[in-house]
Design a protein around this ligand. Structure first.
Ligand code: GDP
Ligand code: MG
Length: 168
């Protein structure tokens, strides 16, 4: 079975761990527990015509773990770059994360840009169009999600899996 390695990147608190726990366990925790270092999970996805195994690497945004991240980027064929639609700084930082991926992987990685927390409509400061535009400019897949409501989380992974299947 083909294995794919996905690394989750993005500033602290954008919802990387929440997206993973929604996808893995269909759970959402409102209490914030900062990820320490790097966490690993794996999941099998059954597509209509094939089965693929995903290895999911959740990274922490804290500065003291930053030095670990490049090795995980180098080792992954997919980078999921997450920002928070209510936090403009996290959206700017997404460009920096994407640049890191492009530098480490010389354009060889599939990148998915994800605007999370879209349930917080009244606090939104990054429009869907801005997200789409950034994704288009770097050739990344794009989805807006809510880990809290479970909105678009499965479709995000489905889209990534389908894209990977098409690339084989
Ligand atoms: P990480 O640091 O990127 O892993 O972020 P976390 O997954 O730990 O989430 C940070 C905080 O944002 C937590 O308090 C979560 O409950 C909250 N959060 C995560 N995703 C969402 C979402 O889709 N909507 C809302 N409203 N809150 C979210
Ligand atoms: Mg985390």
């Amino acid at each position: 079975m083909i294995k794919h390695k996905l690394v989750f990147l993005g500033d602290q608190s954008v919802g990387k761990t929440s997206l993973l726990s929604r996808f893995m366990y269909d759970k959402f925790d409102t209490q914030y527990k900062a990820t320490v270092g790097i966490d690993f999970m794996s999941k099998t996805m059954y597509l209509p015509d094939r089965t693929i195994r995903l290895q999911l690497w959740d990274t922490a945004g804290q500065e003291r773990f930053r030095t670990l991240v490049p090795a995980y980027i180098r080792d992954s064929n997919v980078a999921v770059v997450v920002y928070d639609v209510t936090d403009a700084k996290s959206f700017e930082a997404a460009s920096k994360w994407i640049e890191d991926v492009q530098a480490e992987r010389q354009g060889q990685a599939l990148i998915a840009l994800v605007g999370n927390k879209c349930d917080l409509a009244d606090q939104r400061v990054v429009s869907k169009e801005e997200g789409e535009e950034k994704a288009r400019s770097v050739g990344a897949l794009f989805k807006e999600t809510s880990a809290k409501q479970g909105y678009n989380v499965k479709p995000l992974f489905k889209k990534i899996a389908t894209e990977l299947a098409g690339m084989q």
